[in-house]
Design a protein around this ligand. Sequence first.
Ligand code: NAD
Length: 483
Amino acid sequence: MKQYRNFIDGRFVESEKRFAGINPANGVRFADIHEATRGMVDEAVEAGHRAVQAWGKTSVADRAAMLCSIADEIDRRADDFLDAEVSDTGKPVSLASKLDIPRGAANFRIFADILKTAPLETYRTDLPGGAQAINYAVRKPLGVIGIISPWNLPLLLLSWKIAPALACGNAVVAKPSEETPGTATLLAEVMHKVGLPDGVFNLVHGFGPNSAGEFITRHPRINAITFTGESKTGTAIMHAAAEGVKPVSFELGGKNAAIVFADCDFEKTVDGMARAVFLNSGQVCLCSERIFVERPIYDRFVGALAERARQIKLGDPTDEGTGMGPVISAGHRDKVLTYYALARQEGAQFIVGGGTPTFGNQLDNGFWVEPTLIAGLPDSARCVREEIFGPIGHVTPFDSEAEVVQRANATPYGLAATIWTSNVNRAHRVAQSMNVGVAWVNAWFLRDLRTPFGGSGLSGVGREGGMHSLNFYSELTNVCIHV
Ligand code: NAD
Protein backbone atom coordinates (compact mmCIF):
# COMPACT_ATOMS: atom_id res chain seq x y z
CA MET A 1 0.00 0.00 0.00
CA LYS A 2 1.38 3.41 -0.96
CA GLN A 3 1.77 5.89 1.92
CA TYR A 4 1.08 9.56 1.27
CA ARG A 5 2.59 11.56 4.14
CA ASN A 6 2.56 15.22 5.08
CA PHE A 7 5.65 17.31 4.38
CA ILE A 8 6.43 19.85 7.07
CA ASP A 9 9.62 21.87 7.55
CA GLY A 10 11.54 19.66 5.15
CA ARG A 11 10.46 16.32 6.69
CA PHE A 12 7.85 13.73 5.81
CA VAL A 13 5.47 13.44 8.74
CA GLU A 14 3.20 10.50 9.51
CA SER A 15 -0.16 10.70 11.18
CA GLU A 16 -2.05 8.10 13.15
CA LYS A 17 -5.24 9.16 11.39
CA ARG A 18 -5.32 7.79 7.86
CA PHE A 19 -7.84 7.56 5.07
CA ALA A 20 -8.08 5.51 1.91
CA GLY A 21 -6.85 6.39 -1.55
CA ILE A 22 -9.17 4.68 -4.03
CA ASN A 23 -8.52 4.22 -7.75
CA PRO A 24 -11.75 5.49 -9.34
CA ALA A 25 -11.28 3.31 -12.42
CA ASN A 26 -11.69 0.05 -10.48
CA GLY A 27 -12.59 0.95 -6.89
CA VAL A 28 -9.37 -0.59 -5.55
CA ARG A 29 -7.85 0.89 -2.42
CA PHE A 30 -4.19 1.49 -3.20
CA ALA A 31 -2.96 4.17 -0.78
CA ASP A 32 -3.11 5.30 2.82
CA ILE A 33 -3.21 9.04 3.24
CA HIS A 34 -1.92 10.53 6.49
CA GLU A 35 -4.39 13.16 7.67
CA ALA A 36 -2.72 16.21 9.18
CA THR A 37 -3.77 17.21 12.68
CA ARG A 38 -4.35 20.79 13.74
CA GLY A 39 -0.96 20.67 15.45
CA MET A 40 0.73 19.66 12.19
CA VAL A 41 -0.89 22.56 10.35
CA ASP A 42 0.36 24.87 13.13
CA GLU A 43 3.87 23.47 12.70
CA ALA A 44 3.69 23.95 8.94
CA VAL A 45 2.61 27.57 9.30
CA GLU A 46 5.37 28.33 11.82
CA ALA A 47 7.96 26.58 9.66
CA GLY A 48 6.78 28.77 6.79
CA HIS A 49 7.25 31.93 8.84
CA ARG A 50 10.76 30.93 9.85
CA ALA A 51 11.71 29.99 6.30
CA VAL A 52 10.31 33.09 4.65
CA GLN A 53 12.76 35.32 6.54
CA ALA A 54 15.61 34.11 4.34
CA TRP A 55 13.72 32.85 1.27
CA GLY A 56 11.91 36.17 0.89
CA LYS A 57 15.27 37.93 0.62
CA THR A 58 16.87 35.66 -1.97
CA SER A 59 17.59 37.22 -5.35
CA VAL A 60 15.20 36.98 -8.24
CA ALA A 61 17.85 35.03 -10.14
CA ASP A 62 18.16 32.46 -7.34
CA ARG A 63 14.42 32.01 -7.01
CA ALA A 64 13.98 31.71 -10.78
CA ALA A 65 16.76 29.11 -10.90
CA MET A 66 15.07 27.15 -8.12
CA LEU A 67 11.75 27.15 -9.99
CA CYS A 68 13.51 25.84 -13.10
CA SER A 69 15.16 23.07 -11.08
CA ILE A 70 11.73 22.05 -9.77
CA ALA A 71 10.39 21.93 -13.36
CA ASP A 72 13.38 19.87 -14.51
CA GLU A 73 12.90 17.39 -11.69
CA ILE A 74 9.18 17.01 -12.50
CA ASP A 75 10.19 16.27 -16.09
CA ARG A 76 12.78 13.76 -14.92
CA ARG A 77 10.18 11.96 -12.80
CA ALA A 78 7.36 12.36 -15.32
CA ASP A 79 6.56 8.64 -15.26
CA ASP A 80 6.12 8.63 -11.49
CA PHE A 81 3.92 11.70 -11.68
CA LEU A 82 1.89 10.14 -14.46
CA ASP A 83 1.39 6.94 -12.52
CA ALA A 84 0.29 8.83 -9.39
CA GLU A 85 -2.10 11.11 -11.30
CA VAL A 86 -3.72 8.28 -13.23
CA SER A 87 -4.16 6.12 -10.09
CA ASP A 88 -5.71 9.00 -8.13
CA THR A 89 -8.02 10.35 -10.82
CA GLY A 90 -8.62 7.51 -13.30
CA LYS A 91 -7.93 9.98 -16.11
CA PRO A 92 -6.49 8.40 -19.26
CA VAL A 93 -2.73 8.28 -19.50
CA SER A 94 -3.09 9.82 -22.97
CA LEU A 95 -4.53 12.95 -21.34
CA ALA A 96 -2.38 13.22 -18.22
CA SER A 97 0.83 12.74 -20.22
CA LYS A 98 -0.08 15.63 -22.53
CA LEU A 99 -1.87 17.97 -20.16
CA ASP A 100 -1.47 17.50 -16.42
CA ILE A 101 2.17 16.54 -16.00
CA PRO A 102 3.83 18.77 -18.64
CA ARG A 103 1.68 21.70 -17.49
CA GLY A 104 2.74 21.01 -13.89
CA ALA A 105 6.36 21.55 -14.95
CA ALA A 106 5.48 24.46 -17.26
CA ASN A 107 3.87 26.38 -14.41
CA PHE A 108 7.23 26.58 -12.64
CA ARG A 109 9.14 27.55 -15.79
CA ILE A 110 6.75 30.27 -16.86
CA PHE A 111 6.74 31.96 -13.47
CA ALA A 112 10.53 31.84 -13.41
CA ASP A 113 10.48 33.73 -16.72
CA ILE A 114 7.77 36.17 -15.65
CA LEU A 115 9.58 36.93 -12.42
CA LYS A 116 12.82 37.71 -14.23
CA THR A 117 11.15 40.16 -16.60
CA ALA A 118 8.49 41.68 -14.30
CA PRO A 119 8.62 45.48 -14.40
CA LEU A 120 8.20 47.73 -11.41
CA GLU A 121 5.71 50.59 -11.59
CA THR A 122 7.24 54.07 -11.55
CA TYR A 123 5.55 57.47 -11.81
CA ARG A 124 6.93 60.98 -11.82
CA THR A 125 4.59 63.43 -10.09
CA ASP A 126 4.89 67.11 -11.02
CA LEU A 127 4.43 69.37 -8.03
CA PRO A 128 3.70 73.13 -7.81
CA GLY A 129 6.77 75.33 -8.24
CA GLY A 130 8.60 72.88 -10.48
CA ALA A 131 9.31 70.31 -7.77
CA GLN A 132 8.82 66.63 -8.42
CA ALA A 133 8.20 63.37 -6.67
CA ILE A 134 9.36 60.03 -7.96
CA ASN A 135 7.25 57.00 -7.08
CA TYR A 136 8.26 53.41 -7.46
CA ALA A 137 6.66 50.26 -6.13
CA VAL A 138 8.65 47.45 -4.57
CA ARG A 139 7.39 43.90 -4.40
CA LYS A 140 7.68 42.00 -1.13
CA PRO A 141 6.43 38.57 -0.09
CA LEU A 142 3.10 38.36 1.72
CA GLY A 143 4.38 35.69 4.11
CA VAL A 144 2.82 32.25 4.36
CA ILE A 145 0.19 31.44 1.74
CA GLY A 146 -2.53 28.84 2.28
CA ILE A 147 -3.20 26.96 -0.97
CA ILE A 148 -6.22 24.67 -1.33
CA SER A 149 -6.91 22.82 -4.54
CA PRO A 150 -9.46 20.43 -6.07
CA TRP A 151 -9.22 16.96 -7.60
CA ASN A 152 -9.92 17.50 -11.28
CA LEU A 153 -6.49 18.69 -12.47
CA PRO A 154 -4.51 18.00 -9.31
CA LEU A 155 -0.89 18.77 -10.24
CA LEU A 156 -1.76 21.46 -12.76
CA LEU A 157 -3.96 23.48 -10.41
CA LEU A 158 -1.74 23.12 -7.36
CA SER A 159 1.44 24.13 -9.19
CA TRP A 160 -0.43 27.02 -10.84
CA LYS A 161 -0.54 28.60 -7.38
CA ILE A 162 2.61 27.23 -5.75
CA ALA A 163 4.90 28.46 -8.53
CA PRO A 164 4.01 32.18 -8.38
CA ALA A 165 3.76 32.07 -4.58
CA LEU A 166 7.33 30.78 -4.33
CA ALA A 167 8.47 33.10 -7.13
CA CYS A 168 7.35 36.06 -5.04
CA GLY A 169 9.39 34.85 -2.05
CA ASN A 170 6.58 33.40 0.03
CA ALA A 171 6.37 30.15 1.93
CA VAL A 172 3.32 27.96 1.34
CA VAL A 173 1.15 25.50 3.21
CA ALA A 174 -0.61 23.55 0.47
CA LYS A 175 -3.50 21.11 0.79
CA PRO A 176 -4.42 19.02 -2.22
CA SER A 177 -7.85 17.47 -2.49
CA GLU A 178 -8.37 14.45 -0.25
CA GLU A 179 -9.25 12.55 -3.45
CA THR A 180 -5.94 13.27 -5.19
CA PRO A 181 -2.95 13.56 -2.85
CA GLY A 182 -0.46 11.59 -4.99
CA THR A 183 1.21 14.11 -7.28
CA ALA A 184 1.27 16.72 -4.50
CA THR A 185 3.25 14.27 -2.35
CA LEU A 186 5.66 13.65 -5.23
CA LEU A 187 6.02 17.40 -5.55
CA ALA A 188 7.18 17.47 -1.92
CA GLU A 189 9.85 14.90 -2.85
CA VAL A 190 10.88 17.12 -5.74
CA MET A 191 11.18 20.19 -3.49
CA HIS A 192 13.33 18.15 -1.11
CA LYS A 193 15.53 16.80 -3.90
CA VAL A 194 16.24 20.16 -5.52
CA GLY A 195 17.18 21.73 -2.20
CA LEU A 196 14.36 24.19 -1.62
CA PRO A 197 15.07 25.43 1.92
CA ASP A 198 13.14 23.59 4.66
CA GLY A 199 9.83 25.19 5.53
CA VAL A 200 9.33 27.06 2.25
CA PHE A 201 7.04 24.34 0.89
CA ASN A 202 4.78 22.51 3.31
CA LEU A 203 2.13 19.98 2.37
CA VAL A 204 -0.72 18.81 4.56
CA HIS A 205 -3.32 16.20 3.72
CA GLY A 206 -6.93 16.08 4.79
CA PHE A 207 -10.46 17.25 4.18
CA GLY A 208 -12.25 20.61 4.38
CA PRO A 209 -14.43 21.27 7.43
CA ASN A 210 -12.83 20.43 10.78
CA SER A 211 -9.75 19.14 9.00
CA ALA A 212 -6.62 20.49 7.29
CA GLY A 213 -8.59 22.74 4.91
CA GLU A 214 -10.36 24.62 7.66
CA PHE A 215 -7.27 24.59 9.91
CA ILE A 216 -5.45 26.49 7.15
CA THR A 217 -8.20 28.95 6.27
CA ARG A 218 -8.95 29.81 9.91
CA HIS A 219 -5.29 30.01 10.90
CA PRO A 220 -4.48 33.46 12.30
CA ARG A 221 -0.88 33.28 10.97
CA ILE A 222 -1.77 32.46 7.35
CA ASN A 223 -1.28 35.68 5.37
CA ALA A 224 -3.37 34.96 2.26
CA ILE A 225 -5.56 32.20 0.88
CA THR A 226 -5.77 30.99 -2.67
CA PHE A 227 -8.42 28.43 -3.45
CA THR A 228 -9.77 26.52 -6.43
CA GLY A 229 -12.93 24.51 -6.00
CA GLU A 230 -16.69 24.72 -5.69
CA SER A 231 -18.46 28.04 -5.29
CA LYS A 232 -20.12 27.00 -2.04
CA THR A 233 -16.73 26.05 -0.56
CA GLY A 234 -15.54 29.50 -1.65
CA THR A 235 -18.31 31.01 0.48
CA ALA A 236 -17.20 28.99 3.52
CA ILE A 237 -13.57 29.99 3.01
CA MET A 238 -14.48 33.64 2.56
CA HIS A 239 -16.21 33.57 5.95
CA ALA A 240 -13.07 32.06 7.48
CA ALA A 241 -10.79 34.58 5.75
CA ALA A 242 -12.92 37.50 6.93
CA GLU A 243 -11.69 36.82 10.47
CA GLY A 244 -8.19 38.16 9.78
CA VAL A 245 -9.12 40.28 6.73
CA LYS A 246 -6.94 38.02 4.57
CA PRO A 247 -6.55 38.51 0.85
CA VAL A 248 -8.27 35.75 -1.11
CA SER A 249 -8.04 34.56 -4.69
CA PHE A 250 -10.82 32.20 -5.72
CA GLU A 251 -11.19 30.13 -8.88
CA LEU A 252 -14.63 28.54 -8.55
CA GLY A 253 -17.31 26.69 -10.46
CA GLY A 254 -18.94 27.42 -13.80
CA LYS A 255 -21.90 26.66 -16.03
CA ASN A 256 -20.16 27.64 -19.20
CA ALA A 257 -21.83 28.46 -22.49
CA ALA A 258 -20.66 27.44 -25.95
CA ILE A 259 -22.08 29.38 -28.90
CA VAL A 260 -21.93 27.73 -32.31
CA PHE A 261 -22.83 30.01 -35.24
CA ALA A 262 -23.96 28.55 -38.57
CA ASP A 263 -20.91 30.06 -40.33
CA CYS A 264 -18.41 28.13 -38.17
CA ASP A 265 -15.83 25.77 -39.61
CA PHE A 266 -18.07 22.74 -39.04
CA GLU A 267 -15.53 19.94 -38.54
CA LYS A 268 -13.18 22.04 -36.46
CA THR A 269 -16.11 23.07 -34.28
CA VAL A 270 -17.31 19.51 -33.76
CA ASP A 271 -13.76 18.53 -32.75
CA GLY A 272 -13.46 21.50 -30.42
CA MET A 273 -16.83 20.97 -28.82
CA ALA A 274 -16.24 17.24 -28.29
CA ARG A 275 -13.22 18.29 -26.19
CA ALA A 276 -15.11 21.11 -24.49
CA VAL A 277 -17.89 18.82 -23.30
CA PHE A 278 -16.13 15.52 -22.61
CA LEU A 279 -12.45 16.20 -21.78
CA ASN A 280 -11.49 14.66 -18.44
CA SER A 281 -15.03 13.21 -18.22
CA GLY A 282 -16.38 16.76 -18.24
CA GLN A 283 -14.52 17.50 -15.03
CA VAL A 284 -12.80 20.70 -16.10
CA CYS A 285 -14.15 23.93 -14.63
CA LEU A 286 -14.03 25.38 -18.17
CA CYS A 287 -16.13 22.62 -19.78
CA SER A 288 -19.21 23.69 -21.74
CA GLU A 289 -22.41 22.36 -20.20
CA ARG A 290 -24.71 24.73 -22.15
CA ILE A 291 -24.34 24.48 -25.91
CA PHE A 292 -26.22 26.97 -28.08
CA VAL A 293 -26.31 26.10 -31.79
CA GLU A 294 -27.66 28.39 -34.52
CA ARG A 295 -30.82 26.82 -35.91
CA PRO A 296 -29.77 26.25 -39.56
CA ILE A 297 -27.05 23.79 -38.50
CA TYR A 298 -28.63 22.56 -35.27
CA ASP A 299 -29.69 19.04 -36.37
CA ARG A 300 -26.52 18.35 -38.33
CA PHE A 301 -24.27 19.67 -35.57
CA VAL A 302 -26.00 17.81 -32.75
CA GLY A 303 -25.89 14.60 -34.81
CA ALA A 304 -22.15 15.00 -35.41
CA LEU A 305 -21.39 15.80 -31.76
CA ALA A 306 -23.45 12.81 -30.63
CA GLU A 307 -21.48 10.62 -33.03
CA ARG A 308 -18.24 11.86 -31.43
CA ALA A 309 -19.64 10.98 -28.01
CA ARG A 310 -20.43 7.45 -29.22
CA GLN A 311 -16.87 7.08 -30.51
CA ILE A 312 -15.21 7.96 -27.20
CA LYS A 313 -13.45 4.87 -25.94
CA LEU A 314 -14.08 4.28 -22.24
CA GLY A 315 -11.73 1.82 -20.62
CA ASP A 316 -8.63 1.17 -18.58
CA PRO A 317 -6.97 4.58 -18.14
CA THR A 318 -3.51 3.03 -18.40
CA ASP A 319 -4.22 1.90 -21.99
CA GLU A 320 -2.91 4.45 -24.50
CA GLY A 321 -6.05 4.06 -26.63
CA THR A 322 -8.50 5.01 -23.87
CA GLY A 323 -10.26 8.31 -24.49
CA MET A 324 -12.25 8.77 -21.30
CA GLY A 325 -11.94 7.54 -17.73
CA PRO A 326 -14.36 7.40 -14.81
CA VAL A 327 -15.48 10.31 -12.67
CA ILE A 328 -13.55 10.93 -9.48
CA SER A 329 -15.51 9.03 -6.82
CA ALA A 330 -18.60 7.00 -6.03
CA GLY A 331 -20.11 10.12 -4.47
CA HIS A 332 -19.49 12.20 -7.57
CA ARG A 333 -20.83 9.46 -9.88
CA ASP A 334 -24.01 9.40 -7.79
CA LYS A 335 -24.26 13.19 -8.07
CA VAL A 336 -23.89 13.08 -11.86
CA LEU A 337 -26.42 10.23 -12.14
CA THR A 338 -28.85 12.20 -9.98
CA TYR A 339 -28.66 14.94 -12.63
CA TYR A 340 -29.22 12.39 -15.40
CA ALA A 341 -32.37 11.28 -13.52
CA LEU A 342 -33.39 14.89 -12.92
CA ALA A 343 -32.98 15.63 -16.63
CA ARG A 344 -35.46 12.83 -17.37
CA GLN A 345 -37.90 14.23 -14.81
CA GLU A 346 -37.51 17.69 -16.29
CA GLY A 347 -38.45 16.23 -19.67
CA ALA A 348 -35.09 16.19 -21.46
CA GLN A 349 -34.52 14.22 -24.62
CA PHE A 350 -31.40 12.01 -24.36
CA ILE A 351 -29.54 12.17 -27.66
CA VAL A 352 -26.74 9.92 -26.50
CA GLY A 353 -25.71 8.34 -23.19
CA GLY A 354 -27.57 8.82 -19.93
CA GLY A 355 -26.47 5.66 -18.16
CA THR A 356 -23.45 3.78 -16.89
CA PRO A 357 -21.24 1.53 -19.00
CA THR A 358 -20.42 -2.08 -18.16
CA PHE A 359 -17.09 -3.74 -18.93
CA GLY A 360 -17.40 -7.29 -17.61
CA ASN A 361 -14.21 -6.92 -15.59
CA GLN A 362 -12.70 -5.14 -12.59
CA LEU A 363 -13.61 -1.75 -14.11
CA ASP A 364 -17.24 -2.47 -13.17
CA ASN A 365 -16.22 -1.63 -9.58
CA GLY A 366 -15.14 1.84 -10.71
CA PHE A 367 -17.15 5.05 -10.91
CA TRP A 368 -18.24 5.35 -14.52
CA VAL A 369 -20.89 7.32 -16.37
CA GLU A 370 -21.59 7.54 -20.07
CA PRO A 371 -20.81 10.63 -22.15
CA THR A 372 -24.19 12.23 -22.55
CA LEU A 373 -25.95 14.89 -24.61
CA ILE A 374 -29.42 16.10 -23.70
CA ALA A 375 -31.79 18.54 -25.38
CA GLY A 376 -35.21 20.07 -25.10
CA LEU A 377 -35.01 21.70 -21.68
CA PRO A 378 -35.94 25.33 -21.02
CA ASP A 379 -33.11 27.61 -19.83
CA SER A 380 -34.82 27.64 -16.42
CA ALA A 381 -34.38 23.86 -15.87
CA ARG A 382 -32.05 22.91 -13.02
CA CYS A 383 -29.92 20.77 -15.34
CA VAL A 384 -29.32 23.89 -17.45
CA ARG A 385 -28.63 26.20 -14.50
CA GLU A 386 -26.57 24.10 -12.06
CA GLU A 387 -22.98 22.92 -12.49
CA ILE A 388 -23.02 19.12 -12.95
CA PHE A 389 -19.27 18.63 -13.53
CA GLY A 390 -19.65 15.45 -15.53
CA PRO A 391 -19.52 14.40 -19.21
CA ILE A 392 -22.86 15.99 -20.07
CA GLY A 393 -23.96 18.93 -22.16
CA HIS A 394 -27.37 20.38 -22.98
CA VAL A 395 -27.85 21.46 -26.60
CA THR A 396 -30.39 24.05 -27.65
CA PRO A 397 -31.05 26.03 -30.84
CA PHE A 398 -30.97 29.85 -31.16
CA ASP A 399 -32.05 32.28 -33.86
CA SER A 400 -30.18 35.56 -33.35
CA GLU A 401 -26.98 36.95 -31.92
CA ALA A 402 -28.83 39.21 -29.48
CA GLU A 403 -30.90 36.27 -28.22
CA VAL A 404 -27.92 33.99 -27.67
CA VAL A 405 -25.82 36.63 -25.89
CA GLN A 406 -28.70 37.28 -23.50
CA ARG A 407 -29.30 33.56 -22.85
CA ALA A 408 -25.59 32.70 -22.47
CA ASN A 409 -25.16 35.47 -19.90
CA ALA A 410 -28.28 34.51 -17.92
CA THR A 411 -26.35 32.69 -15.19
CA PRO A 412 -24.88 33.66 -11.83
CA TYR A 413 -21.59 32.04 -12.95
CA GLY A 414 -19.03 33.81 -15.14
CA LEU A 415 -16.03 31.63 -15.83
CA ALA A 416 -15.60 30.82 -19.53
CA ALA A 417 -17.30 30.88 -22.91
CA THR A 418 -16.38 29.41 -26.27
CA ILE A 419 -17.64 30.95 -29.51
CA TRP A 420 -17.39 29.36 -32.94
CA THR A 421 -17.77 31.56 -36.03
CA SER A 422 -15.86 32.64 -39.12
CA ASN A 423 -17.17 36.21 -38.93
CA VAL A 424 -14.37 38.26 -37.37
CA ASN A 425 -16.50 41.21 -36.36
CA ARG A 426 -19.04 38.99 -34.70
CA ALA A 427 -16.28 37.04 -32.97
CA HIS A 428 -14.98 40.19 -31.25
CA ARG A 429 -18.45 41.56 -30.54
CA VAL A 430 -19.83 38.40 -28.96
CA ALA A 431 -16.62 37.51 -27.09
CA GLN A 432 -16.48 40.97 -25.52
CA SER A 433 -20.13 40.82 -24.50
CA MET A 434 -19.73 37.60 -22.51
CA ASN A 435 -19.80 38.15 -18.73
CA VAL A 436 -16.89 35.77 -18.14
CA GLY A 437 -13.23 35.76 -17.23
CA VAL A 438 -12.14 33.88 -20.37
CA ALA A 439 -13.84 33.96 -23.80
CA TRP A 440 -12.37 31.71 -26.48
CA VAL A 441 -13.09 32.10 -30.19
CA ASN A 442 -12.67 29.01 -32.38
CA ALA A 443 -10.81 27.39 -29.49
CA TRP A 444 -11.33 26.03 -26.03
CA PHE A 445 -8.91 25.60 -23.10
CA LEU A 446 -6.10 27.20 -25.10
CA ARG A 447 -3.98 28.81 -22.43
CA ASP A 448 -1.17 31.33 -22.50
CA LEU A 449 -0.08 31.39 -18.88
CA ARG A 450 0.71 35.12 -18.99
CA THR A 451 -2.95 36.03 -19.53
CA PRO A 452 -5.48 36.86 -16.80
CA PHE A 453 -7.44 33.82 -15.63
CA GLY A 454 -10.39 33.72 -13.27
CA GLY A 455 -14.11 34.25 -13.12
CA SER A 456 -16.81 36.73 -12.21
CA GLY A 457 -19.93 36.23 -10.11
CA LEU A 458 -20.10 32.77 -8.51
CA SER A 459 -17.04 31.74 -10.56
CA GLY A 460 -14.47 33.55 -8.52
CA VAL A 461 -12.72 36.52 -7.02
CA GLY A 462 -9.67 38.07 -8.68
CA ARG A 463 -7.48 36.96 -11.53
CA GLU A 464 -4.32 34.86 -11.58
CA GLY A 465 -1.86 34.30 -14.41
CA GLY A 466 1.20 36.30 -15.42
CA MET A 467 1.51 39.64 -13.63
CA HIS A 468 -1.88 39.10 -11.98
CA SER A 469 -0.39 36.22 -10.01
CA LEU A 470 2.69 38.23 -9.07
CA ASN A 471 0.43 41.01 -7.82
CA PHE A 472 -1.71 38.66 -5.73
CA TYR A 473 1.26 36.89 -4.15
CA SER A 474 3.14 40.13 -3.34
CA GLU A 475 2.77 43.04 -1.01
CA LEU A 476 3.47 46.23 -2.93
CA THR A 477 5.05 49.16 -1.12
CA ASN A 478 5.07 52.44 -2.99
CA VAL A 479 8.15 54.53 -2.27
CA CYS A 480 7.55 58.22 -2.89
CA ILE A 481 10.58 60.53 -2.95
CA HIS A 482 10.28 64.29 -3.04
CA VAL A 483 13.13 65.55 -5.20
P1 NAD B 1 -14.39 21.35 -3.38
O1 NAD B 1 -14.75 22.78 -3.15
O2 NAD B 1 -15.29 20.31 -2.83
O3 NAD B 1 -12.95 21.04 -2.76
C1 NAD B 1 -11.82 21.75 -3.14
C2 NAD B 1 -10.81 21.77 -2.00
O4 NAD B 1 -11.35 22.50 -0.90
C3 NAD B 1 -10.45 20.39 -1.47
O5 NAD B 1 -9.07 20.37 -1.20
C4 NAD B 1 -11.28 20.30 -0.20
O6 NAD B 1 -10.73 19.43 0.77
C5 NAD B 1 -11.23 21.74 0.28
N1 NAD B 1 -12.34 22.14 1.16
C6 NAD B 1 -13.63 21.73 1.13
N2 NAD B 1 -14.34 22.38 2.08
C7 NAD B 1 -13.49 23.22 2.70
C8 NAD B 1 -13.64 24.15 3.78
N3 NAD B 1 -14.82 24.36 4.38
N4 NAD B 1 -12.54 24.85 4.18
C9 NAD B 1 -11.35 24.67 3.57
N5 NAD B 1 -11.15 23.79 2.56
C10 NAD B 1 -12.21 23.08 2.13
O7 NAD B 1 -14.19 21.19 -4.94
P2 NAD B 1 -13.88 19.85 -5.74
O8 NAD B 1 -15.12 19.02 -5.74
O9 NAD B 1 -12.60 19.29 -5.27
O10 NAD B 1 -13.62 20.44 -7.22
C11 NAD B 1 -14.60 20.64 -8.19
C12 NAD B 1 -15.01 22.10 -8.24
O11 NAD B 1 -13.88 22.91 -8.51
C13 NAD B 1 -15.98 22.40 -9.37
O12 NAD B 1 -16.98 23.27 -8.88
C14 NAD B 1 -15.13 23.10 -10.41
O13 NAD B 1 -15.82 23.96 -11.28
C15 NAD B 1 -14.19 23.86 -9.54
N6 NAD B 1 -12.98 24.21 -10.27
C16 NAD B 1 -12.76 25.51 -10.63
C17 NAD B 1 -11.62 25.86 -11.36
C18 NAD B 1 -11.36 27.28 -11.78
O14 NAD B 1 -10.23 27.56 -12.21
N7 NAD B 1 -12.31 28.18 -11.72
C19 NAD B 1 -10.71 24.87 -11.72
C20 NAD B 1 -10.96 23.56 -11.34
C21 NAD B 1 -12.10 23.23 -10.61
